[in-house]
Design a protein around this ligand. Structure first.
Ligand code: TYM
Length: 336
């Protein structure tokens, strides 16, 4: 689509990210890189999903800092607040309000099947709260309020997206055409970046071993060191294989960052050792992330700019969200 096409003609995109600590290379390759890539072609709405973060206990001062830092990171990625709507989820109360409505159109059984719920409730057995269970209805509200055509996410969010689609279809079947049924937009490479220390597990900031994940804001030396320490195998051959999860993960990362196909990567490192390959992956990732970190360091100190931008972003988001929310309420039979 032409870059200067009026906003109304563009397809819509919505996605969110939790402000839970350091954002990782997994967040970047699975989702954020696409957020930026989609900005020119689509009418995009992106939010810091702070309401989602309290399904596990958060320290108030730390949470506040992380919300600021995640919002600043969206700007540092190069997202343009003029082009895209950038905001903080809790600033638009329709998210929580629509979530209640949708929870009455969601079955207990379908939420019980969510793998993230099963994983997180096992991990936080002392705090299996109702929010953790009903999290997908809040995520469905985040999405459906903005009627997006596409939702760019990593593969781990696919199940949540499917439930959002199911809820939309169910609601529309009863009340007519209220919600758009969105399509997931999952990258071909980078959709599931694995831990550098245990490549059978997803790369996650909640992993206690800091060598297992790369933060978007890690400095160059740290990034290269973490890749040098990445777990591989004893074959000393750079090729993709189910029996080589460590090397396959590194090839996928290198491919996602450089845009080279798996075959091109295999050819490039044919006959070379893992040492050379790991260094090349570390350097490519460090080169890609360096400008983001530099921009982040500049923006994070400008509290006034951040506040102006998240306030105006929330106003813009709420104008859209309010319309959808009121339409849904009216259809159900509330007095408006
Ligand atoms: P969150 O905050 O855990 O992650 C943000 C995005 O990063 C992707 N991601 C990964 N991709 C590839 N490899 C990995 N190792 C990896 N780790 C994370 C996630 O798939 C996600 O796209 N529930 C969501 C946030 C959310 C949301 C929404 C997303 C709330 N409301 C509405 C889309 C639409 C979450 O916890 O993502």
């Amino acid at each position: 689509m032409c870059e200067n096409a009026p906003v109304e003609n563009k397809k819509k995109v919505l996605s969110c990210i939790q402000p839970s600590g350091m954002l990782t290379l997994g967040n970047y390759l699975g989702a954020l890189k696409n957020w930026v890539a989609m900005e020119n072609e689509f009418d995009c709405t992106y939010a810091v999903a702070d309401l989602h973060a309290i399904t596990v206990r958060q320290e108030p001062a730390k949470l506040r800092a992380q919300i600021h830092s995640t919002f600043a990171l969206l700007l540092a990625l190069g997202l343009d607040p003029e082009k895209s709507t950038l905001f903080i989820q809790s600033h638009v109360p329709e998210h929580a309000a629509l979530s209640w409505l949708l929870s009455c159109y969601t079955q207990f059984g379908e939420l019980s099947r969510m793998t993230q719920f099963k994983d997180k409730s096992a991990k936080h057995a002392d705090n299996v709260n109702v929010g953790l269970f009903s999290y997908p209805t809040l995520m469905a509200a985040d999405i459906l309020l903005y009627k997006p055509d596409f939702v760019p996410v990593g593969a781990d969010q696919k199940q949540h997206l499917e439930i959002a689609r199911d809820i939309a279809v169910r609601f529309n079947n009863i009340y007519g055409d209220v919600f758009t049924v969105p399509e997931p937009y999952i990258p071909k490479t980078g959709a599931r970046v694995m831990s550098l220390q245990d490549p059978t597990k997803k790369m996650s900031k909640s992993d206690e071993n800091a060598n297992s994940w790369v933060a978007i804001l890690d400095d160059r030396d740290t990034i290269i060191r973490k890749f040098k320490r990445a777990v591989t195998d004893s074959e000393a051959c750079v090729r993709v294989s189910e029996t080589k999860p460590g090397i396959s993960n590194l090839i996928a990362i290198y491919s996602a960052v450089t845009g080279k196909s798996f075959e091109e990567v295999e050819r490039e490192f044919d006959g070379k050792g893992y040492g050379d390959f790991k260094l090349a992956v570390g350097e490519a990732v460090a080169d890609e992330l360096a400008p983001i970190k530099a921009e982040y360091d500049r923006i994070i100190t400008d509290k006034k700019l951040l506040e102006d931008l998240y306030k105006s972003g929330a106003e813009r988001a709420e104008r859209v969200a309010r319309k959808t929310y009121l339409k849904a309420m009216k259809k159900v039979g509330f007095v408006l």
